[in-house]
Design a protein around this ligand. Structure first.
Ligand code: NCD
Length: 305
């Protein structure tokens, strides 16, 4: 394992090892405080981020390492016309490991071909977001005790939501999962996910238009925001942005042990009143993201506690 570009770069065994390590870090934080002493993580964020960038930086700091980087394309040499390949060639002289977010699909992959340091894809356009997927898998496993035998609903922008695409791919290797895809027609999952994942692997899935018709059977409800920045036309965004709002009346029909996930940021799709319900897991999920990134940094650098 050298780079992490696509969630399928990791075998099921590697995922399980990463999640086990994250669980151990959560239980024994003090044992890991010096694992990355003398190491540097560079965060190259060509697109905005709060959780992903800061959780990477916090992860490295909690491992005793240092961080450097930039948080927008405007403050990097890409504004002067430098290629992503050249940027990472230079940054790999300064850092031991690189986390990169880029609006163009495939940019972290191109970067990985040029870099001597491991590259972690921290989100590429509407494509993949493998570290959010690890975060989601850790959260599901901690909440449900397993990654198989679940009915999971994905709700919102299933077309542009990269976290949805990556999590569906990763879960496709676990048994007995039923996928319930809740979206308006315009925001259905892309054809390539339907054909290459659901149909090719004969997975059990359904597509519906409302939360109400399915909420009672879900073990996990993965809410997402409508991805404003990927729309070509603002009028379409405005028309679709509030299609789904999860509130307490909607939750009346849900299972007692439903887990509500959201990669965040939330816009309107989950009412704030839901935050106090024990089924709301999204802030715990954000915290899990830091621990699983600690595990990933250790694995890619070949370090042990
Ligand atoms: C997600 C992303 O960047 O794709 N955010 C995150 O990393 N937690 C989801 C989103 O922006 O909607």
């Amino acid at each position: 394992m050298k780079h992490l570009i696509d969630p399928m770069d990791l075998s099921v065994q590697e995922i399980n090892e990463l999640l086990d390590l994250a669980d151990d870090i959560i239980s024994h934080k003090e044992r890991y405080a010096k694992v990355c002493e003398g190491k540097k993580l560079a965060t190259l964020f060509f697109e905005p981020s709060t959780r992903t960038r800061l959780s990477f930086e916090a992860a490295m700091m909690e491992l005793g390492g240092n961080v450097l980087g930039f948080s927008s394309a405007d403050s990097s040499s890409s504004t002067k016309g430098e290629s992503v390949g050249d940027t990472v060639k230079v940054v790999s002289c300064y850092a031991d490991i690189i986390a990169m977010r880029h609006p163009k699909e495939g940019a972290p992959y191109l970067a990985s071909l040029k870099s001597d340091a491991p590259i972690i894809n921290a989100g590429d356009g509407g494509h993949n977001h493998p570290t959010q997927t690890l975060t989601d898998l850790l959260t599901i496993r901690r909440e449900k005790g397993q990654l198989s035998d679940i009915t999971i609903g994905f709700c919102g922008d299933l077309k542009f939501g990269r976290t949805v695409h990556s999590l569906i791919k990763a879960l496709s290797r676990y048994d007995h999962i039923h996928y319930v895809m809740i979206s308006p027609e315009e925001l259905e999952i892309p054809e390539y996910i339907r054909e290459e994942v659901f149909e090719k692997k004969s997975l059990s899935y359904e597509q519906v238009r409302t939360i109400d018709e399915v909420i009672g059977k879900l073990d996990i409800l993965y809410m997402t925001r409508v991805q404003k920045e990927r729309f070509f036309n603002e009028a379409d965004y405005i028309r679709l942005k509030d299609t789904y709002i999860l509130d307490m009346p909607k939750l009346k029909a849900a299972k007692e042990d439903l887990s509500i996930l959201h990669p965040l940021p939330r816009v309107n799709e989950i009412a704030v009143e839901v935050d106090d319900d024990p089924r709301a897991c999204y802030f715990k999920q954000a915290l899990n993201g830091k621990y699983v990134r600690m595990a990933l940094i250790m694995k890619l650098l070949g370090l042990e506690a």
